[in-house]
Design a binder for this molecule. Structure first.
Ligand code: N2P
Length: 392
């Protein structure tokens, strides 16, 4: 679907040929990237062509001055983000423009992120939980309010991403991208037009052993509940018990559980059917045109992944500058075009290929059955317990 076109000279200024996408194995080595970008030693001033990318002036101007509002006086930003969720230009360009060095680590499930943040303080300045985890992060006092005065581009956000139940008015969070959970499948080897959760939960002879389910409690439990005809938000012990027994019974026919490797495995024909996230499957499709994505007719879930600042982070002002940069329509378009997830900034849509903005698998119509899963303390514990019984 969205194959060519990762290289857009308009959107990709300044740096040369990129590294591969920032996947699960990558840790962005800033020095290397800056050297590759020819930007090492950049110390402020204006980078030609960049004025239009940051009209607010929150970055760029005065880039060599100390930045107030950080707990550590360093031009550094430590980002902890999902794997395979950013293009290869945004970080080098932000570094060059803001003169802020970025360290970039990746995780591939909310369970991993939460466990890491609960384990004690880290040096991270930005983390990106999914919307339904935000109440838990707040309750555990793991995130702090944003310096909204440093994020004037918040006004670019579409209303539905401002008027939310998890963080009305974006006091703590700024949306990154949004998407759906569905089925990634190989049309030639698994069959054309798969559109039911049965494709993953009732393995066929052709696909047995080459199916993966998401390694993420939220998505695995919610979609199994939907397939079994229960509420996507159920906390009933009987429902969860049924989910555990059912998914355990099909385990011998699965390849396993993955929330990152399945992209490359779909692309390499090693996995033929995967429960997966929309943009991830499109990234596999970019490499293998036999791969398709479908939102099952039984219904599925929709999510928004949001940037937040861990409580006591060393560089909250730098984090706010990065958030402001990401909210610029051109930057949103560059990220969204590359990762094939939905943008929360409609102003970016005219800059995106029409085949993306008109694709109902990326921007589903209101008629598509999609639940928003909410997770609060007890529910999260129950779902994670059920998930552990399934995977162990
Ligand atoms: C990106 C994963 C999207 C996150 N690889 C799903 N919440």
């Amino acid at each position: 679907m969205v194959g060519a076109g990762k290289e857009d000279p308009e959107l990709n200024l300044l740096v040369g040929r990129p590294d591969p996408r920032v996947g699960r194995r990558s840790l962005l080595q800033v020095a290397g990237l800056l050297a590759a970008a020819g930007a090492a030693g950049y110390a402020g001033g204006t980078v030609a062509g960049w004025g239009d990318e940051d009209p607010s002036g929150a970055t760029g101007a005065g880039a060599a001055q100390p930045i107030s509002g950080n707990r550590r006086n360093e031009r550094l930003l430590n980002v902890y983000h999902w794997s395979d969720y950013i293009d290869d230009r945004t970080i080098p360009l932000f570094q060059a423009q803001a003169n802020i060095r970025v360290n970039y680590d990746v995780y591939s499930s909310n369970d991993d992120l939460l466990a890491r943040m609960k384990a004690g303080p880290t040096d991270y300045d930005i983390i990106v939980p999914t919307n339904n985890f935000v109440p838990t992060f707040m309750k555990l006092d793991l995130i702090e309010p944003l310096r909204q005065d440093l994020i004037p581009n918040l006004t670019n956000l579409d209303r539905e991403f401002v008027e939310t139940d998890y963080d009305p008015g974006n006091r703590y969070t700024v949306p990154w991208q949004w998407g759906t959970t569905g089925i990634g499948f190989n049309r030639r080897r698994a069959g054309d037009g798969l559109d039911s959760w049965a494709a993953v939960f009732e393995p066929s002879a052709a696909t047995a052993g080459r199916i993966t389910l998401l390694r993420e409690a939220n998505d695995l439990i919610a979609c199994a509940l939907i397939y079994l005809g229960k509420s996507a938000n159920s906390t009933e012990d009987a429902d969860l018990g049924q989910v555990v027994r059912f998914v355990r019974s099909i385990k011998p026919k699965l390849k396993g559980f993955s929330s990152d490797t399945y992209i490359d495995e779909l692309a390499a024909n090693e996995v033929l059917v995967a429960q997966g996230w929309s943009g991830d499957v499109f990234q596999a499709q970019d490499q293998n045109p036999d791969v398709s994505y479908a939102i099952p007719t039984e219904g599925s879930i929709r999510f928004v992944d949001v940037m937040a600042i861990p409580k006591g982070a060393p560089h909250p002002a730098n984090a706010a500058r990065f958030m402001n940069y990401v909210l610029h329509p051109k930057v949103q378009a560059r990220i969204s075009k590359y990762v094939s997830y939905g943008t929360p900034v409609s102003l970016a849509k005219p800059l995106l290929p029409a085949e993306q903005t008109t694709d109902p698998a990326i921007y589903p119509p209101a008629s598509t059955k999609l639940s928003i899963v909410t997770l609060t303390g007890q529910k999260l514990d129950k779902w994670q317990a059920a998930y552990r019984q399934i995977v162990q």
